[in-house]
Design a protein around this ligand. Structure first.
Ligand code: ZN
Ligand code: ZN
Length: 410
């Protein structure tokens, strides 16, 4: 494949590496710089710092006093509060720092602005010594609405992680970006919507000990929700079968090897047809290997960082994915094994709108519809019914219809 991609001429693609070997060595070097691993860092940091800057006790004390953050406090400053800033890694935290800047509500404001009146009432009822249980529930429910406990990294700063020395700087972290499938613009396929740009679908973090199957299970794709067969709507008694439940085959193509999903006995080998095609003439492709997805761990892999690899499922739904970073887990990352594989973020997901009203998200798609100008044609439920079905429920004109599951439905 390298003869086609020419990775060596692309500066963002690394050489073929075995990350485990590199990270193991790196881990040893990091450990040497961190002699206090596993202990409470805040206790040992000043002493360690003094060793690093190599000054005597008196000088270090002076230094600490001069650098004390309290020196920047001026008179009349508003009381400090915890800060959340999603744009940089961190924020102002601490047990002694209140979550909000608690400014008393002035009487004039309370009597003239309804919002201030409501807030003042809430403050009164939310006081800890309020004996009414109902009000305690009220406080708890407001806490739930706060951004802080929400673990969506884009919308909120996650709570500061409890540092675990055995986890941080010891586990290997692989950052993988998964993209949505697209129709290549150079291939002229008539009547097909081509999406020329590569669109990020998900960024997934896995640890070295995770298998490729663990990674595959974290990839969500709306195609898996498509209904299979004649029944295209759920009924009260029978749900329509989903493609993801019926067709579970798939492979991950990494470094000239097809890693097949063999967890289900009915799964088929999607790679054989490609291997046969590649070997038939002098296409200069291959040789290819085959592996098993559920027994191969990331730490056993050899690959290029930044190189586009492929995940294929549902026959020919091809998602490019790219391992963009390989590093040790740091103190700001989630500090527990069971948080991984982690969906770190999702990309912008534009919905397909109804092509009649342009207001609602499409729920039906028709193919070869004799009464519309484009193929395929997307409809919302209402437009689909009013345009394509007669009063008795029979079809108006000729077409094939399928339920459409928008990317935002997963
Ligand atoms: Zn897909
Ligand atoms: Zn519509």
């Amino acid at each position: 494949m390298d003869s086609l991609h020419e990775p060596d001429s692309r500066s963002w693609i690394s050489k073929e590496i075995r990350p485990k070997q590199i990270l193991d060595k790196y881990q040893e070097r990091v450990a040497a710089y961190k002699p206090y691993q596993g202990t409470n860092e805040t206790n040992v940091r000043p002493f360690h710092l003094q060793q690093m800057v190599n000054v005597d006790d008196e000088m270090f004390k002076d230094l600490e006093e001069a650098m004390d953050i309290e020196n920047l406090t001026t008179e009349g400053e508003p009381c400090p509060m915890q800060l959340v800033n999603p744009n940089w890694n961190g924020g102002v935290y601490g047990i002694a720092i209140p979550r909000y800047n608690e400014t008393p509500i002035p009487e004039a404001g309370r009597l003239t602005l309804r919002t201030l009146y409501v807030q003042a009432e809430w403050n009164k009822r939310a006081k800890k010594d309020n004996p009414q249980d109902k009000d305690k529930t009220m406080v708890a429910s407001r806490k739930k609405e706060l951004l802080e406990p929400n673990d969506n990294f884009y919308l909120s700063q996650p709570p500061k992680q409890l540092y675990r020395g055995v986890f941080s700087d010891n586990k290997h972290l692989y950052t993988i970006k998964v993209y949505r499938p697209f129709v290549h613009p150079n291939i002229a396929i008539k009547d097909t919507f081509s999406n020329k740009d590569l669109t990020l679908a998900q960024e997934i973090w896995v640890l070295g000990e995770h298998t490729l199957a663990d990674f595959r299970d974290k990839i969500t794709c709306s195609i898996d929700n498509n209904f299979v067969g004649k029944q295209q709507v759920d009924t009260l008694n029978k749900l329509a079968p989903r493609a993801g439940d019926v067709y579970k085959s798939g492979f991950l193509f990494i470094n000239s090897c097809f890693y097949l999903d063999t967890r289900h006995k009915d799964n088929i080998d999607y790679s054989q047809v490609i291997i046969d095609w590649a070997s038939k003439s002098n296409r200069n492709l291959g040789p290819f290997k085959k592996g098993v997805m559920e027994t191969t761990k990331f730490q056993d892999l050899e690959f290029r960082v930044g190189y586009p690899y492929v995940f294929t499922h549902q026959g020919n739904h091809e998602h490019l994915f790219c391992i963009t970073d390989v590093r040790l887990v740091g103190p700001d990352d989630p500090q527990s094994e069971n948080k991984y594989p982690l969906i770190r973020s999702v990309g912008v997901q534009q919905s397909r709108m109804c092509m009649v009203c342009q207001i609602k998200i499409a729920t039906w798609v028709t193919v070869n519809n004799s009464r519309v100008a484009e193929n395929p044609f997307f409809f919302c439920t209402l437009c689909y019914k009013s345009f394509n079905l007669k009063v008795d429920g029979s079809k108006e004109g000729e077409f094939e219809e399928y339920r459409y599951h928008d990317v935002n439905s997963v």
